[in-house]
Ligand binder design. Sequence first.
Ligand SMILES: [Zn+2]
Length: 467
Amino acid sequence: MKLSFYGAAQEVTGSKHLLTTANGKKILLDCGLYQGRRKDAERKNAHFGFNPQEIDYVIISHAHIDHTGLIPKLVKEGFNGPIYCTPATLDLNKIMLPDSAHIQESDIKYENKRREKEGKKLLEPLYDAEDAETALSLMKSVPFYQDFQVCDEVSLKFTENGHLLGSAAVNLSIKDNGNLIHVCFTGDIGRQSGSMLNPPQPFPQADYIISESTYGDRLHSDEIYSLAEIIKIITDTCIEKKGKVIIPAFSIGRTQEIIYGLDYLHSKLQLPNIPVYIDSPLSAKGTGIFKNHLELFNSEFQEFLLRDKSPFDFPNLHLIQSVDESKALNENPEPMVIISASGMMEAGRIKHHVANHIENENCTILMVGYCEPSTLGGRIAAGATEVKIFGQVKRVNARVEYIRSFSGHGDYKEMITFLDCQDRDKVKNIFLVHGDIDAQHAFSGHLRTAGFKKVDIPALGSEINLS
Ligand SMILES: [Zn+2]
């Protein structure tokens, strides 16, 4: 059996790992979009590095676009087998993939306007809404903890990893020349505490583990501190300086986490009396899906639910739908909190809010999630004094704050706690993916200290024999 790495190898986005069984069956684990600098993204998303028509099955760990966003392109280029994921992931895919197609199409429209003026050849979107719909028609849900026979030689079990609603570690048992090989792809590993989801759960013993490593070199501060810090930032910015707090957040996951946090603060009478706007139509749809899968939430959330029947709503919360309403927020001088997407500020309405407020020293840009270093969010987080937005250079006069503990990713200790269910002597190798190289080297050291004997950091395109 062979394992090949076609994305998120020594970098964070574009998750794609290919297993080829002894009998030649090809199973693709995740099919994510690379998100980063435009030129890199165009190049990396243009070619898979394998033939989509030869793939037999796709298995998805979770609904984030850097894990699913190239599925419609895979289908466009000839893949037509089943795509397996958990029921909540399927529900989220139904809103996220059409949204991704819409972003692809409108980005290219914008780019083509420029190219037309310059007399350059026009570009095609990576995929369109129809490709996304075809991809969705191939998706089949497999509930958590159920043994599912993918084919004669491969069985699958999803276990909870606490990263996003529906997110799973993918556990495979694969027949290989008379042996049974157990492979676990961790997907993205969530927090042990501080999340509203169930924490990462133990998973079956594996021979090989493909593990994420995003925060392989970091320890988070604790969640209570984050909420206290949010109150302080809102008070300083909105009450003292009469400014706006702009929070870039993924529409799905982080936004709901923040709404729940603010709702909790409101229930404790700790939230300043300031309007909070959720400026992302996708967030509203996503919140509906969260409400349909309450079984995946932790015991603390279930208890809170007994006291507050609507944990994603409070009196000062307003959902913004239309573009006109979104634009009106920029003209409204009142203090407010705006939560908008995308999380890395590369696209969507957040880019306009940031462009309009980044030069205002009374405003705060509050980062609450990981941003790939080359993205606008990554550059702002790294302390850039000037950034280019929509072709214009803007000075960063606004206060920039970064709360890392809101992360959907566990730190290195939390990831090792997740891996603690494994018998070290039985794990033959851990392959680190989904992390910057420095984080991966650090995590590799931490894993060895924790007793795991062999840890590799595969390069993009590398192929490894498993037996
Ligand atoms: Zn993720």
